[in-house]
Design a protein around this ligand. Structure first.
Ligand code: NAP
Length: 517
């Protein structure tokens, strides 16, 4: 059986601890294993700081951008083999596999192009300069420079390709070396991509290291110039944030955690409108794409009370069209959950929700004799105020319809009970309703998606994370922020206020504010 290897200190390393098996979630067959241990993590961090960092910082943004474009091309060249690995180890139908892998190469290409537009400079200007003295000779300007440490990236199992490369793109373009640790259950795809990056020789030595298995005592070796960007559960996020060394050294940390994303249908949306069709297709897509294992997937569907019966019937009909089954077959639209742990957790979660809701379709039962299959599940809350709907993230193909009066303020208050989210989508063509919902929801979300007749034809679904817009959210969602164009680099940079003679400062070269945003 294949043992996944770490790529550290310029070489491949197999761990020394007992193996943890990785499975094909459609067949439950063991495919590979991962062994932790046997890695000197102090040396791994030092190697990144002393070798990868200086090499990246010596390059201009344009040069680093060219590296990202080359990485995107090298990964894309193996797209078919990567899709196959995703189908095998994550149980994703081909469309879901492409969503992850093309998301990775697309984000690398996006940041590559952004780097090229920044040209030869190595320092970014943050906003406009200001006159600080009697004349413009004494000048102030905020600048952003690369931090001198390593970027430790700890990622979730659900997007092994995209999650790894969206973080890497920002760190590398900022000039900071990466130490990547993927979620173990689906690590075969991540390990293969890590190998492509390593073997391509595109990045300078020390700029890219990959850990298969546990991070051991890595966190204990980080200092104030290092950073941790984490995606995963609130539970692990809290452990990392509270790690004594993170607290002692103020290690910079960005957390992307759980989210009870909401979709809200406004009372003005007619059932014959494009907006209503968009609402139905987006909600059905979120429940079934990646078997609902998407951090941005909708979990709460707010519907005006008198429309609940119709919406329920329409969503059940839409979900019935989704073919669940063997992800190797082209007609399959939804595969299994990614692992046995996921299967057990999601079924228990659906059972908890079913205790306070009607099951309109699907349910907690095993949907096929073999493999970790759960059917698309729609529930209708008996009481939208019950805590479980606003506190319990079931990370699978399940969502609940919650009845509300139709008032934007009431919807916003209900959604806010989720304690902070990644994205909320609101469907309305009524300007005043939209204004109220935006003001009510925005403080609780990193992103709001506004569905209406005018954008229906051109829109990309709310569950899709785009590199040009920030990803993250307050509170339960972790309080972090990733992507968002050049904003995504700021986590890896130090913002410093330069004060001095204007010509000395402006010689670093301004960046047009349009490029910074
Ligand atoms: P998880 O169990 O928290 O694991 C996330 C990552 O942390 C994995 O790489 C895991 O490694 C690692 N890890 C676990 N314990 C650790 C520790 N003590 N120290 C260092 N690393 C540790 O989450 P998951 O089950 O993979 O992902 C599902 C969750 O992620 C869901 O709750 C979902 O909402 C959230 N998520 C959020 C986003 C977002 O952008 N906000 C995106 C995707 C998923 P092992 O796999 O080896 O245990």
């Amino acid at each position: 059986m294949q043992t996944l290897e770490s790529l550290v200190l310029g070489r491949a390393v197999r761990g020394s601890d007992a193996p943890v098996q990785l499975h094909n979630p459609s067949t439950e067959e063991a495919l590979a294993d991962v062994r932790s241990g046997g890695i000197d993590f102090r040396a791994v961090v030092e190697y990144a700081r002393a070798t990868g960092g200086p090499a990246l910082r010596a390059m201009s943004f344009a040069q680093r951008g060219a590296l990202l474009k080359a990485l995107s091309g090298a990964i894309h060249a193996e797209r078919e083999a990567l899709i196959e690995l995703s189908i095998q180890n994550a149980g994703t139908p081909r469309g879901d596999a492409k969503f992850d892998i093309d998301g990775a190469t697309g984000t690398l290409a996006y940041y590559g192009a952004l780097g090229e537009t920044l040209g030869d400079r190595r320092v970014l200007f943050d906003g406009e300069g200001v006159q600080l003295g009697r004349t413009a000779r004494f000048w102030g300007q905020h600048v952003l420079v690369p931090r001198l440490g390593a970027a430790v990236h700890i990622n979730a199992f659900n997007f092994p390709a995209w999650n790894m490369m969206e973080k890497a793109a920002c760190a590398l373009l900022a000039g900071v070396p990466v130490i990547e640790k993927p979620g173990t259950s689906t690590a075969m795809l991540a390990a293969r991509i890590a190998r492509i990056v390593h073997d391509s020789g595109i990045l300078p030595a020390g700029a890219w290291q990959f850990i298969a298995g546990s991070v051991g005592d890595l966190i204990a070796h980080l200092d104030a110039q290092d950073s941790i960007a984490f995606t995963g559960s609130s539970r692990t996020a809290a452990l990392l944030r509270g790690h004594p060394n993170v607290v002692r050294n103020n290690v910079r940390i960005n957390l992307e955690a759980d989210s009870l994303n909401a979709a809200i249908l406004a009372p003005d949306v007619d059932s014959s409108s494009e907006t209503y069709a968009l609402f139905l297709s987006n909600v059905a897509l979120d429940i079934t794409q990646k078997s609902g294992q998407k951090c941005t997937a909708v979990r709460r569907i707010l519907v005006p009370r008198e429309r609940v019966g119709d919406v329920r019937a329409d969503l059940v009909a839409a979900l019935a069209k989704v073919k669940l089954g063997d992800p190797t077959l082209t007609e399959t639209r939804m595969g299994p959950l990614a692992s046995k742990a996921q299967f057990d957790e999601v079924r228990a979660g659906i059972a908890r929700l079913a205790g306070v809701a009607e099951v309109a379709c699907g349910g907690a039962e095993r949907a096929r004799d073999r493999g970790y299959f759960v059917a698309p599940t729609l529930l209708v809350a008996r009481d939208a105020n019950a805590d479980v709907f606003h506190a319990d993230e079931v990370f699978g193909p399940a969502a609940c319809v919650l009845a509300y009066s139709g008032a934007a303020d009431e919807a916003a208050a209900l959604v806010a009970r989720g304690g902070g989210g990644l994205v909320a989508s609101a469907y309305s063509n009524a300007g005043d309703w939209v204004e109220r919902i935006v003001l009510g929801l925005a403080p609780w979300h990193g992103r709001l998606w506004l569905g209406s007749d005018r954008m229906a034809e051109q829109s990309l679904p709310p569950g899709m994370v785009l590199p040009a817009s920030i990803h993250g959210g307050p509170g339960r969602a972790g309080g972090g922020e990733e992507l968002g164009g050049l904003r995504g680099l700021a986590f890896y940079q130090q913002r410093t206020a330069l004060q001095g003679f204007k010509s000395q400062i402006t010689a670093f070269g301004p960046v047009e504010s349009s490029a910074v945003s």
